[in-house]
Design a protein around this ligand. Sequence first.
Ligand SMILES: [Mn+2]
Length: 314
Amino acid sequence: MTKIGVDKAAELIKAAHAILLIGHTDPDGDCLGSLYALKAGLVSIGKSASVYLKKPLPLKYRFLSDELEENTDIPECDLIVALDTPQLKRLDIDDPAKLTSPILAIDHHPGEHTEFAYALWDDGKSACAMLIKALLQKMAITITPKMAGALYAGIVTDTNSFVNQNTYADTFQAAGELTELGAKPDEIAKYVYGSLTPGDISALSYALSTLELYDKDRIAVMSLKREWQNEGNDTDTELFVNYARSLVNTEVAIMLTETKEGVRVNLRAKNAYDVSAVARKLGVGGHKAAAGIRMNCPLEEAKKLLLENIKFDD
Ligand SMILES: [Mn+2]
């Protein structure tokens, strides 16, 4: 792996004709916003760019559907760009061996990124969207209001509306510039935080009723069984973990969602606790204060494993 800066990443992309973009499993707002803006930007300068996406967009990200739709074709390409992940196995594709072109990772997670040919990687950035913004600007690509909105959505969601530990001065600077370029904060908030269905709210009430506290109330766990979810759909539980996190003594909040493909786990830390270490051990790494993993075991077993692996010094 060669660690590169924005200049070199811009050169690599300029030299490529056909580019495939791919994000991570359970793509979040940062992943999707980054995919959207990079694809739109590349198309605007005449590149052939496509996005590999295993599932349709969740309701709250449908505003990105003019560039992003379910697509599992792997076209001929000279470069693959992997967004928002430090590891190949976290990519949103069942068999990463099918990706035969060189892969450029653009990411802000801690990790080695050794499986990729190149990595534009800065774990001091709040969101991958900030790296995409810098890259587009380096390539002198016009960031349209729609692209600005997508990148802004990435920053808002990855910082939990500018309240998580990964919110820095340059986060606000980037969000401010994107607002100048036409991102509308109220509109993005309406999509991202105002798209729950009545079924989601009833699932939330089930999840809240499962709240359990461990280790002097420092660990708060909530879970959602499949039978409590909208029929045929995996409920969007991304924000549920914030309720467990909001308890006064919580240091680590855990939300477990039973899905067709194992258990989706959202981990959040409030103070100094580093959940990325737990995430690395039981799945693929995440950030210090926020990580999402998948576990292929029953719900109760996932909970037990997590609790066994979250320890405090006293
Ligand atoms: Mn991210």
